[in-house]
Design a protein around this ligand. Structure first.
Ligand code: C5P
Length: 401
């Protein structure tokens, strides 16, 4: 129980998502945390301090210049006497104030005075979230070390508009709080993990190659999370533009055959998570020199050869890791294709996702996956790739408990 005895200062600002904060308070308290609420004036237009105080079983703080509160607790103590400050929902306005160091009400003053970690769950109209001003504020807060959870995409409560801006669900916020406050929990200590990530580049000639749209975000996030749970992680990454994760040994490769060699060279391992979008085919014999366009000649044919299937090789290997996890990027029949892959490749889990262009998953920051295991399927809601990674790492850890 990571949250047992933890003190959370919850700032509720003024958005319709404030109604979800009531549930959030319950979820945090269920896990043993105490919640001290601060509400902005805007928040009180959406939910009452009475309801918030009743669920939190604590006094609700609303005023900066309250003689009583200042004598009693004081805004500096509110800012410091907690393990984490959580803002849910965080409006565009509160983000702007934080980014610029304003301190003109109790919430913004606490946020300027605190030395505690701050996690914010933004909630706003999608146009406000994508507005250049909010983008700037988000970048500033991010570089100030503020942590974010969400927003999720979906339908807006008030306008029915679709897009990114919905507050993350209370349980996702709880998971983000737990991740930030998690210190000693290392269920994968002493375990070795190999993760593949990113695309592969299969050369046609020295300057051209066959590739795919994989960004490596999901695989890199999984490597990070496994390391956070204590595993010694080797990440075999295809060509990506994102940085090497911290606390992980990263090996850079280009081609599928190089990726396979790197993976096999790192056996034995306890865990293999094959996330890379490995090209199924390579060019049978890549040209040693640049293929020249010849006037009047037909385009050269590309003769392909099948690449090694790294997941399948690992899944049936004499040194098979105890837990083998594969991914299945599909554009149709996600569940059926995933289940047949589980059998064929000798995996314990297949994490299937729909990568049709309209989902925006390939290359994007969010993912919606179906976990296909020997015991059955489980659908996880849409969340960011970091949250998916956290849950996958926890699922893996549960097998070593
Ligand atoms: O067959 P498909 O490519 O859809 O399988 C996806 C899963 O298999 C992923 O886990 C991917 O990393 C892995 N794979 C692999 N080597 C290949 C092709 C896929 O490891 N050549």
């Amino acid at each position: 129980m990571i949250l047992q005895g933890k003190r959370i200062l919850l700032i509720i600002s003024g958005g319709i998502a404030a109604y979800k904060s009531l549930d959030l308070i319950r979820r945090l308290r269920e896990r043993g945390a105490s919640v001290r609420p601060v509400m902005t004036a805007g928040a009180q237009a959406f939910v009452t301090p009475l309801a918030v105080g009743a669920l939190a079983a604590d006094k609700v703080f609303t005023e900066l210049f309250s003689r009583e509160d200042e004598q009693d607790v004081g805004h500096i103590r509110l800012a410091r006497d907690c393990d984490l400050i959580l803002i849910a929902p965080a409006t565009a306005d509160l983000m702007a104030k934080m980014a610029n160091g304003h301190a003109d009400d109790l919430a913004s003053t606490i946020l300027l005075a605190t030395d505690r970690p701050v996690l914010i769950a933004p909630a706003m109209n999608p146009k406000m979230w994508t507005h250049p001003a909010t983008r700037r504020n988000h970048a500033t807060l991010f570089s100030d070390g503020i942590h974010f959870v969400g927003p999720a995409s979906g339908e807006m409560a008030e306008s029915g508009e679709k897009g990114e801006g919905r507050m993350a669900e209370p349980l996702d916020i709880v998971a983000a709080v737990e991740a930030l406050l998690d210190t000693g929990d290392k269920p994968l200590a002493g375990k070795k993990a190999i993760v593949t990530s990113g695309p592969t580049h299969e050369p046609i000639d020295p300057v051209r190659y066959i590739a795919n749209r994989s960004s490596g975000k999901q695989g890199h996030a999984i490597a990070t999370e496994l390391a956070r749970l204590g595993a010694a992680v080797t990440l075999v990454s295809g060509p990506v533009t994102i940085p090497d994760p911290k606390g992980v040994k990263t090996i850079h490769v280009e081609r599928a055959e190089e990726m396979r060699d790197a993976v096999l060279a790192n056996l034995p391992a306890d865990i293999a998570v094959m996330v890379a979008a490995v090209a199924d085919w390579r060019v049978a014999s890549a040209a040693g020199n640049k293929i020249k366009k010849q006037p009047g000649e037909a385009p050269p044919p590309l003769i392909l050869a099948e690449n090694p299937d790294i997941l399948k090789t690992i899944g049936h290997h004499a040194k098979r890791p105890k837990l083998v996890v594969g991914f299945a990027a599909e554009t149709q029949n996600v569940a059926e294709n995933g289940r047949s892959k589980l059998e064929r490749k000798g995996a314990d889990y297949i994490i299937a996702n729909d990568v049709s262009p309209e989902t925006g998953i390939m290359g994007g920051d969010r993912n919606r996956v179906k976990i296909i295991g020997k015991a059955g399927d489980e659908d996880w809601p849409d969340m960011d790739k970091q949250a998916v990674a956290e849950k996958i790492a926890r699922l893996i850890a549960s097998h070593f408990a």
